[in-house]
Design a protein around this ligand. Structure first.
Ligand code: GLN
Length: 314
């Protein structure tokens, strides 16, 4: 892969920015410029490529759910985490009330709002400062902070997430203070990152949780495996199936316009494009990733196919 390819991918993606809308249900997010598009790639060998608005700061939004899942797995283990949610794609919108409202008393997965809010309760004892410094470390970006404007904007328009949180409490999936959990969830959605921070995080996940430059292990191998599996099956909400066919990489989107993608064993990719489709995924960002995945044969199943050598007939 080289910068020429990234530029071509961005050119391919650009017309699609006009086919979506920036998020407006969090009013502060509607200030983003939907025409912007940027990408950053970090290989595990330390090569970096970037193009477009790769340095633009935007809020991480739902990409934090992947980090929260990894942190909860690190600190509480698999069984405690999956008492709070199942591991199934929901086929429903990110803020759906289904599954926890009727007979099934548990959210579909940790990457939809209901499951993510349930899991953030496990992180409340760690606190915001600890989480902030952990996220800075995982993303190799010491400038990450809570974007207070976005936080307050979402906090004062959080009726839906608040309903979900109280529903979770009624089902025994939040046992402590609802407000405290919801506040931390919303603060973690409001962390300001760049495509580069996401590429760094992707690089770490691509390398099984070990920082390539320092050799330091930041996440356990099985934590990375579980997190990437959830990203592959559920990371793009009700667009996860089609995205898996078209791109075939564990990925996580956010309504701030970011997408984190991981090419296991090879590289992390961060994309920024705040114009979203109806499912809340960056419309041009998905196209950029599809272009790159096809051109470089990065789809995880393509790579498997390349390894199978035709057998000789006799
Ligand atoms: N903070 C947003 C919310 O909870 C995150 C949603 C998203 O990025 N899809 O609604």
């Amino acid at each position: 892969m080289d910068e020429v390819l990234l530029r071509q991918a961005l050119e391919f993606g650009k017309p699609y920015t006009g086919k979506g809308e920036v998020a407006s249900y969090i009013p502060e997010l509607s200030k983003a410029d939907g025409r912007e598009l940027g990408i950053c790639v970090k290989t595990i060998d330390g090569e970096e490529l970037h193009c477009g608005y790769w340095q633009r700061r935007f809020t991480i939004q739902s990409i934090s759910k992947a980090i929260n899942l990894a942190m909860a797995l690190e600190h509480h283990g698999f069984d405690a985490v999956f008492l709070k949610t199942n591991m199934e794609p929901s086929g429903a919108s990110f803020n759906a009330m289904s599954r926890i409202s009727d007979s099934e008393d548990i959210p579909f997965n940790p990457l939809v709002n209901s499951g993510a809010i349930a899991i953030v309760e496990l992180l409340v004892p760690l606190g915001l400062e600890y989480m902030l410094s952990a996220v800075r470390g995982l993303c190799g970006d010491k400038y990450i902070t809570v974007d207070e404007d976005v936080f307050h904007s979402e906090w004062s328009h959080s009726a839906r997430n608040r309903s979900l949180a109280y529903l979770l409490q009624s089902k025994g999936l939040i046992n402590g203070d609802v407000d405290e959990t919801l506040r931390l969830y919303t603060q973690l959605c409001s962390l300001s990152v760049t495509a580069e921070s996401l590429a760094n995080l992707g690089q770490l996940l691509a390398n099984g949780g070990v920082q390539p430059e320092t050799g330091r292990r930041l996440l356990k191998e099985e934590v990375v495996r579980t997190t990437l599996t959830m990203m592959l099956t559920c990371g793009m909400y009700d667009g996860s199936g089609e995205f898996a066919v078209r791109v075939g990489l564990p990925s996580k989107s956010g309504v701030g316009g970011g997408i984190l993608s991981v090419v296991p064993g090879e590289m992390g990719i961060g994309v920024y494009g705040p114009s979203l489709d109806r499912k809340g995924n960056s419309v041009a960002g998905q196209k950029v990733l599809e272009y790159i995945s096809r051109r470089e044969k990065l789809h995880i199943l393509d790579r498997y196919a390349q390894r199978t050598v035709p057998t000789e007939q006799n």
